[in-house]
Design a protein around this ligand. Structure first.
Ligand SMILES: Cc1cc2nc3c(=O)[nH]c(=O)nc-3n(C[C@H](O)[C@H](O)[C@H](O)COP(=O)(O)O)c2cc1C
Length: 208
């Protein structure tokens, strides 16, 4: 039995296009993999700890092989619990809205917490950085505008390049994209784009 971790990054719930498309993926995935476990991580209902000085000191203590203080140890234990939920999964689904050309701050907060030595990456002086996470990723990207090749707006897209750059750093380079865009358009265009993304998501979910 595999575990699919679904990380939801839109706070708009019933009104979210990325969640609607992700739910179509999940329905198809469940039908194809009835024995699998789906772990829903709604970033907006988690109380993620502040990524503060103690957390950063704990990270550096681990990176430099130093003894962490008791406060840093407590911070590192909290990081460990959150990291483990992530690294315990076998497959990953993310719904990722575009906010100000990048990703929502809550997803960046989560990334800052789980991008940790020993959990998601390692460093070797001879071979450099290596990602420690494995498994396929399905990424559902929503945006108000369209940023596809030939749109003339490609350079503004800091959502997909940043997100997939980060995924690659931690070892997740097998990424399938579904794009739902442009969502800030006339209703008939939005509806056609959502329907098309739902079809793509269903196909991907059935074979993921
Ligand atoms: C705070 C905020 C910032 C946004 N910034 C952008 C942007 O820079 N570019 C864009 O194309 N759309 C932008 N949008 C529009 C969203 O990407 C679009 O509404 C998308 O459908 C949001 O995903 P969701 O429906 O899953 O919540 C923004 C929306 C919000 C709420």
């Amino acid at each position: 039995m595999a575990t699919l971790l679904y990380i939801e990054a839109s706070p708009r719930k019933q009104r979210s296009h990325s969640i609607k498309v992700a739910n179509a993926f999940l329905d198809a995935y469940r039908s194809a993999n009835p024995g699998d476990q789906i772990d829903l991580l709604d970033l907006w209902s988690e109380s993620l700890p502040a990524f503060d000085g103690d957390m950063i000191n704990a990270k550096y203590a681990v990176m430099h092989g130093q003894d962490p203080s008791s406060q840093e140890q407590a911070a590192w234990a909290e990081i460990g619990t959150i990291c483990k939920r992530f690294t315990d999964a076998d497959k990953y689904l993310f719904s990722v809205p575009m906010w100000n050309f990048g990703i929502p701050y809550i997803l960046k907060h989560y990334i800052d917490i789980i991008t940790q030595p020993g959990y998601s990456w390692s460093f070797d002086p001879d071979t450099g950085y290596s990602g420690l996470v494995s498994g396929p990723v399905a990424a559902i990207y929503s945006s108000g505008g369209a940023y596809h090749d030939g749109s003339g707006a490609e350079a503004f897209d800091q959502q997909k390049p940043y997100f997939e750059g980060w995924l690659g750093f931690i070892g997740l380079s097998d990424v399938s994209r579904v794009t739902v865009a442009p969502m800030l358009s006339p209703p008939d265009e939005v509806s056609a784009a959502v329907d098309s993304a739902i079809e793509d998501a269903k196909k991907l979910g059935a074979s993921f």
